[in-house]
Design a protein around this ligand. Structure first.
Ligand SMILES: C[S@@+](CC[C@H](N)C(=O)[O-])C[C@H]1O[C@@H](n2cnc3c(N)ncnc32)[C@H](O)[C@@H]1O
Length: 253
């Protein structure tokens, strides 16, 4: 596989997974049918794993929050939403959607041990050169009894084919955004979380097929200016964790 990738509409060529891609794509975050559309669908599915807050001032720390796409799906659940991200252009948009921004690395988060009732790590572990450190940070931030929710891409051949070789040829995944060498082995993730006191349960997820095909059809027609917006595909459970999977678990008290 080539080690560099260029989205054809962008002016510069960046290495795979280079975080500067998020600056180049900054205008795409909140376009419902834009380059990050699938992140909106995944954010809704991730938020569904988060129960309403059990106490006033409950804190949710969103690791790799990007532009805060999780925020609308948490509305009314009663959390203060703090987002940690490397990319300032994304954090500025997150702040505009009610997220308290923290510019930092998810492998060294400048927040106190046990501060969080919920830690969310959506579509970020597979972007971090050392996902084990990011996971250790996620668990460190959780109070005893706190909930970790995450979703990521598995380190399998199928995942590389679906997310990179196929996905990056479709409008669902920006070209060059992933480096498959960073994909996260599901078993290793569960073992590592257990080491940090979190019993993680996993399930595979995928976009519903009819919804996805309809969305892709509208997107392709939309490129020639003819498509209505239409309903976004839902993310649904699937038996296999071989590609995309969610994880959730409570930190031991
Ligand atoms: C695919 S986006 C996911 C954004 C968000 N979680 C969502 O689902 O909409 C990955 C995000 O992780 C951020 N990121 C990547 N590596 C990071 C790191 N080491 N520390 C903090 N943020 C990081 C990027 O800047 C980007 O905003």
């Amino acid at each position: 596989m080539r080690d560099v990738a260029a989205a054809p509409t962008r002016s510069r060529v960046l290495p795979r997974n280079d975080p500067r891609q998020y600056d180049d794509l900054a205008d795409e975050w909140w376009r419902p049918d834009g380059a990050f559309a699938m992140l909106h669908w995944l954010a809704e599915a991730r938020a569904a794993l988060v129960p309403p807050a059990e106490r006033p001032d409950a804190l949710l720390v969103d690791l790799g929050c990007g532009a805060g796409l999780l925020a609308p799906h948490l509305a009314g659940k009663g959390y203060r939403h703090v987002g940690v991200d490397l990319t300032r252009s994304a954090l500025a948009q997150a702040a505009a959607h009610g997220v308290t921004p923290v510019n930092g690395d998810v492998t060294a988060v400048p927040l106190a041990d046990g501060c969080a009732d919920v830690v969310a790590a959506g579509e970020v572990l597979e972007h971090v050169p050392d996902w084990r450190r990011a996971l250790a940070e996620a668990c460190r931030l959780l109070r005893p009894g706190g909930l970790l929710v995450l979703d990521t891409l598995n380190d399998t051949v199928l995942s590389r084919v679906v997310a990179v070789h196929v996905g990056e040829r479709l409008p669902t995944v920006p070209r060059g955004i992933h480096d498959p060498r960073l994909f996260v082995d599901a078993r290793a993730l569960v073992a590592e979380a257990a080491r940090h006191g979190v019993a993680l349960r996993l399930r595979g997820v995928r976009p519903e097929v009819r919804g996805l095909l309809g969305w892709l059809f509208r997107r392709v027609r939309g490129a020639s200016g003819a498509a209505p917006a239409g309903r976004a595909p839902r993310i649904v459970p699937t038996r296999s964790t071989a590609v995309l999977y969610q994880g959730w678990g409570v930190r031991k008290g």
